[in-house]
Each structure stands twice: as structure tokens, then as C-alpha cells.
Design a protein around this ligand. Structure first.
Ligand SMILES: [Fe+2]
Length: 409
């Protein structure tokens, strides 16, 4: 009869263990897994009261993680020192009576009473102490069979590995988040530095205040409409901000003279894309073409630009975008030698220079963005906020429609 009962108990325990295996390997969260495991243990061994703790080495304590059948367990922590940990056998259940003379028990006497603990199972993953389980009195009041102790050890092993993995994952997540924060703050510093440079460039030219800023915005608008990836859009934004950095070392008077430039002065001004390139090519930008866009922002599709007289086919979309954005801003703002042009004139000028100064495809995209901004189709406006509001939207829309229709034929 006795044998039959033991056999029955064993079969029940093995089937519980199978259930537990499924729980542990399931996609449930860590909290759910640990809770379920503790519940299975209490069911398997007929222990109505149990608690599970996670070890925190910084504070030298076992922090209550979950419990079952205990009304006053919340907030219980067990204080444990390294020397206490050494006395435990890895993942082996020990009777509370066995540790009653230890200082570990003495220090936590009240907590053990509240936990109604009769058994203490230390959890070790490899050689690292990760937590513990306390079990209360068994309903049957019988002591654990060796086979049950073995089974408890198997479960304790499983729980400690899950615990260890979760703590590794938490540490890793923490590290990743820390790195991300660091990266973000560096990005901010980087951006601020670039903005400061752009402001320094624009400050040199009295008539082109915020020019770099606007060119950057217009370029972003075109690149976005072209479907560029966000990372590349950031690259052209930076290219817009820094394209005229070479002007920093050109005589301020020559830059602000505007008209009646001598041959020498003109060739001095024309050096600025090359100087920009020389300065920036020493910086390792995360956007590979950024410096190339800057070097060629005065090239033309007919090959009559500078500094390399490249033809349209040799120019990247990024260069063509920057060229158009730069020229558009030059025409829509006051210059030392002339006032800004009305928007209709500017658009017609762009149309006139298609195939010579500007690229057809990129210009068409630019016109489309402008149309969308005027019609309210775009939430984030990059062009309109920088233009004078003295134009008639209906006239501009009609003009843009006629240009784009002509372009697509
Ligand atoms: Fe320029």
C-alpha cells in the first residue's frame, strides 16, 4: 500500500515536471515563468506556502520576488552575507532546522517566521548565487523522499538558470540603453557644433543671413520627396549647413562686394567649394557622400560649373539637390547687387535653366514639394516658412502645374 502511494506520488511529480518544462521554455515573460514555477512546486510537494527571492549582491540581500499562500510576506527581504552563501550546497534544499544555529538564520529570524519557512533552497547558476526559495510546511507533514529532493534540485537548477539569464539580459539592456543615451548626447553635441559652424559661415556674409540653414531645409524637402532614407536625409541636411564653410577664409569684403568683381576676386570666390572640401574631407562624417555634395555645389548639368566642370551624368542626386536649393535661396533673398526676385520669376528662371544649370528630375521633385506645401498636403513645411508671403498661391500653383506638365511630356 505504502509502495503504491509512493509510486503514485512519483508519477504525479514527473508529470508536473513535464508541465514545468513546457512553462519554462514557453514565450511567457520572466515574471510569469517564475510565478508559475513556484506554483507548480507548491502543487507538486503539497506546500501551500512558498516564496521566491532574487539576490542583490550590491545590498547583500535576498529581495522577495513572488510568493504563494502568504498574507504578510510583502516587503520581506533576507539579509545574507558572502560567508553565509558559502555554507550552502548548490541548489540543494536544506531544512530550516539545519541552519537554526547560523547567524544567517539569526539575522532573519523574524522574516523566516513570517514566511512560515521549513525548507530553504539556495539558487546557484554555475557558481553564482542568484536567489533562493523558501517552502512552508507540507500538508502531509511527511519529510521529503530522496527522489523528491532530487526533483527539487532539478527544478532549482532550472529556476536559477532562468534567473541568471534574466539578470544578464537586464544588464545587457541597461548597457544598451546607456550607450544609446551616450550616442544621443554625442549626436546633439555634433549637431550643435555643425549649427554653430553654419551660423559662423552665414555671419560672414551680411546678405546671406541664415542662407545655409535654408539651403539645408530645402535640400531635406527634396530628398524626402525623393524617398531618401532618414540617415541620408540627415547627410544632405549637414551638407546644406556646411556647403559654404570655405567662405570663412575668403576676404569678407570680396564676399560682400557682390557685383563688379575683378577676375581675381571672382576666382577667389570660386575657390570656396574646394576650400570647403579641403576642410571637411579631414572629418570622418557618418554620411559618405556629404563632402562630395559640398565640393560640387556649384557644378552645372551642362558641365560649365566649378571646380571640376562635371557633366550631369557625373553628378549625384545629392549634388543636384544642393545646387538647386542653393540657387533657389540666392534668387529668393536680397543680394548686395540686387533685391530678391518675385517667386514667379524665380520659378521661371529655374525652368529656363533646366538642362543647363539644373537637373530636370530634381527640379520636378522640387516643384512637386512646393505644390504640396502650398496645397497643405504636407504637415512639415520646409520651404514655405522661409519665403515672403507676397505671392498669390493660385498663380504659383497654376505656374507649377504648367511647368510640371511640360516637364513630364
Ligand atoms: Fe556656394
Amino acid at each position: 500500500m505504502q509502495e503504491k502511494r509512493v509510486l503514485k506520488r512519483l508519477i504525479f511529480n514527473i508529470s508536473s515536471l513535464v508541465d514545468l518544462g513546457q512553462e519554462v521554455t514557453s514565450s511567457k515573460s520572466f515574471n510569469e515563468k517564475m510565478k508559475t514555477t513556484l506554483y507548480v512546486v507548491t502543487g507538486m510537494f503539497s506546500v501551500p506556502k512558498a516564496a521566491m527571492f532574487i539576490y542583490n549582491s550590491n545590498y547583500g540581500r535576498l529581495k522577495l520576488f513572488t510568493h504563494k499562500g502568504l498574507k504578510e510576506a510583502d516587503g520581506i527581504n533576507l539579509h545574507i552575507k558572502t560567508r553565509h552563501i558559502k555554507i550552502f550546497k548548490k541548489n540543494e534544499a536544506c531544512d530550516i532546522k539545519e541552519i537554526k544555529n547560523d547567524s544567517f538564520y539569526e539575522q532573519n529570524k523574524e522574516a523566516f517566521k513570517r514566511l512560515k519557512a521549513k525548507t530553504f533552497i539556495p539558487l546557484f547558476a554555475k557558481n553564482e548565487f542568484v536567489g533562493a526559495i523558501t517552502l512552508g510546511k507540507r500538508l502531509s507533514r511527511v519529510s521529503y523522499l530522496q527522489s523528491e529532493r532530487d526533483m527539487l534540485k532539478v527544478i532549482a537548477n532550472q529556476m536559477s538558470i532562468t534567473l541568471h539569464n534574466s539578470s544578464l539580459f537586464k544588464k545587457l539592456t541597461h548597457k544598451v540603453n546607456e550607450n544609446r543615451r551616450l550616442y544621443e548626447s554625442m549626436r546633439h553635441i555634433y549637431r550643435d557644433t555643425i549649427q554653430a559652424f553654419a551660423a559662423a559661415i552665414d555671419a560672414k556674409d551680411a546678405y546671406t543671413k541664415n542662407h545655409s540653414h535654408r539651403v539645408a531645409k530645402y535640400s531635406v524637402a527634396i530628398a524626402r520627396e525623393l524617398g531618401w532614407r532618414e540617415k541620408d536625409i540627415e547627410g544632405i541636411y549637414v551638407a546644406g549647413l556646411l556647403h559654404d564653410i570655405g567662405k570663412i577664409i575668403i576676404d569678407k569684403e570680396v564676399i560682400n562686394k557682390g557685383k563688379d568683381l575683378s577676375e581675381m576676386e571672382l576666382s577667389e570666390i570660386k575657390r570656396h567649394p574646394q576650400i570647403s572640401y579641403d576642410i571637411l574631407s579631414k572629418i570622418k562624417f557618418p554620411w559618405k557622400d556629404c563632402v562630395d555634395f559640398i565640393r560640387h555645389h556649384h557644378e552645372r548639368v551642362d558641365g560649365k560649373g566649378y571646380p571640376d566642370s562635371l557633366m550631369g551624368n557625373d553628378l549625384s542626386d545629392g549634388v543636384k539637390i544642393l545646387t538647386l536649393a542653393d540657387a533657389f535661396d540666392a534668387m529668393t533673398t536680397d543680394r548686395p547687387y540686387r533685391e530678391k526676385l518675385p517667386l514667379t520669376d524665380v520659378l521661371m528662371e529655374v525652368q529656363r535653366c533646366l538642362g543647363t544649370q539644373f537637373d530636370d528630375k530634381i527640379s520636378q521633385v522640387f516643384f512637386r514639394v512646393l505644390q504640396k506645401e502650398i496645397s497643405g498636403e504636407l504637415k512639415e513645411l520646409q520651404i514655405l516658412p522661409h519665403l515672403d508671403k507676397d505671392f498669390d498661391p493660385a498663380i504659383i500653383t497654376t505656374l507649377l502645374n504648367s511647368i510640371t506638365t511640360e516637364l513630364s511630356n
